[in-house]
Design a binder for this molecule. Structure first.
Ligand code: GLN
Length: 481
């Protein structure tokens, strides 16, 4: 990160006149230019970021009160509405579209003095695990440019990894913040469903989607979360539970060690890379040796979670994406036709990429009469069972440990033509979205192939603080990368 390890250090240096917001922006603009070929950003707001930095510098030096995110340089995934700025969900169907309002998260960042330097590439409508399904082309992993950065928030992860910003906001419907964080060696958090407003987040699967945070360390995640979390009159699914000052609370010493647990079946799974398996097993041993109680739990539903996730999210997506019809948003690909359905069909066939079309069709199919009960109802029943299971799990333990992905970052093109293989790799991340619990990926490990991989921590609804505390502690004492 730009000369400092945490946002707090940076802000201390600002106050002590050792640096300025302008210097920070100049540094990131240089980085963005140098790493342009990674394709992590789709729009750059260079002049605007410079002007805002100068304004923030002037306000600070004039003694004005500074916001919690004063001078912090952000990028945001191309699915978050930013007033009068382009937002396209990396899709041709929204090419040239500009948002007329701010998403709640963007509004809150700006109110606290953040600088938004650009928007990030991602998979189209956040559908994907590799950032290859983008109208702007694939994103490259900085650690090995022949490999994917993960997805769908791949551009956001690379922006943090390659120091193109301090923090990035992504979205996580089935792992899209945690898996790219895992592939890029950074921290990625998906908070509880209902912790952060979805107002102004382009919808994929509304009962799953959450805004997530990608950063270099737990303290930065905590600070950003304390700003963007909390009730919002524009999103009735946000909880009205008070928002702790996560950043402050992170420094409070607690002596009790959480009870840890893991699902036996997750570590035994045949798809899991041998080295990732043994790193997790060794880690559990180390925890026991360090005095943690660790429980092995049974999870017989493991093979149902990916199918349930894909049935339910595609069903929701087929409904959410019906609004893109060539009339209301973005460009028209075809002249108006006599027959309206022909017009819609022509626009949607040209405006949506292959993966998005596949999911709309799958979602429409599972919702169609005759198949609804066999697929949609069944998947809802699986989800209900998972909710019941999660209650029992967190009666027994405090924190659930899991890998993030079965492999490290794979080669660009390697899985592109095999959607089922790509979907199955979501096995460890979709659980938190199906149940709505918070989860974080922290970069603790390195594979013999040289690539990083993370440990995933999950806990009960709205206990983000426990995850952040443990993440901070473990990144200090167990980080091997
Ligand atoms: N890889 C998952 C999918 O393709 C997750 C996507 C996401 O979280 N947005 O659906």
């Amino acid at each position: 990160m730009y000369p400092f390890t945490t946002i707090r250090d940076y802000q201390t240096c600002l106050i002590q006149h050792q640096t300025s917001c302008k210097q920070a922006v100049l540094f990131y603009l240089k980085q963005i230019e140098e790493w342009k070929h990674l394709n992590a950003l789709v729009h750059l707001f260079a002049d605007e970021a410079m002007a805002r930095a100068e304004q923030l510098d002037a306000e600070r030096t004039a003694g004005k009160k500074t916001g919690k995110l004063h001078g912090v340089v952000f990028t945001i995934k191309d699915v978050l509405a930013y007033q009068q700025h382009p937002v396209s969900a990396a899709s041709p169907i929204l090419k040239g579209f500009h948002s007329i309002y701010n998403s709640t998260v963007v509004e809150r960042l700006l109110q606290e003095g953040a600088i938004i330097i650009g928007t990030n590439n991602c998979d189209e409508f956040a559908m994907g695990s590799s950032n290859e399904n983008s109208a702007y082309g694939a994103v490259k992993n900085q650690l090995d440019e022949t490999r994917v950065p993960g997805g769908s928030s791949g551009g956001s992860a690379v922006a943090v990894q390659a120091q193109l910003c301090m923090v990035s906001l992504g979205s996580d419907t089935g792992g899209s913040v945690r898996q790219p964080a895992d592939f890029c060696g950074i921290v990625g958090m998906k908070p509880s469903y209902g912790r952060i407003s979805r107002h102004g987040l382009i919808a994929y699967g509304s009962s799953f989607d959450q805004v997530g945070i990608l950063a270099n360390n737990a303290a930065d995640v905590a600070l950003v979360l304390s700003v963007i979390a909390g009730a919002d009159e524009f999103d009735s699914t946000v909880s009205s539970l008070p928002v702790p000052d996560y950043a402050e609370e992170l420094n409070v010493q607690t002596n009790s060690k959480p009870v840890l647990g893991y699902f036996k079946q997750t570590l035994e799974h045949e798809g899991l890379d041998e080295e990732i398996r043994s790193a997790h097993k060794d880690f559990i041993k180390k925890c026991k040796a360090d005095g943690y109680e660790v429980k092995e739990l049974d999870f017989s539903l493991i093979d149902y979670i990916v199918p349930a996730y894909y049935v339910l999210t595609t069903a929701e997506a087929s409904s959410n994406l019906s609004r893109y019809d060539g009339v209301r948003y973005g460009p028209q690909f075809t002249p108006v036709k006599e027959e309206l359905t022909e017009f819609y069909s022509a626009n949607r066939s040209q405006g949506f990429g292959k993966e998005v079309q596949r999911r709309i069709m799958l979602g429409t199919f599972v919702l169609s009469s005759g198949y609804y009960d066999a697929y949609y109802t069944k998947a809802q029943q699986v989800r209900r069972k998972l909710f019941e299971q999660i209650k029992l799990v967190f009666n027994d333990i405090d924190v659930l440990l899991m890998p993030v992905s079965p492999t490290t970052a794979f080669k660009i093109g390697e899985k592109k033509n095999n959607p089922v293989e790509m979907y199955l790799a979501d096995i460890y991340t979709v659980f938190a979205n199906l149940t709505g619990i918070p989860a974080v990926s922290i970069p603790l490990f390195r594979h013999s192939n040289g690539l990083p991989f993370g440990l995933q921590l999950m806990t009960k609804h709205f206990d983000e603080l426990s995850l952040l505390r443990l993440s901070k502690e473990w990144m200090n004492c167990y980080k091997a990368v």
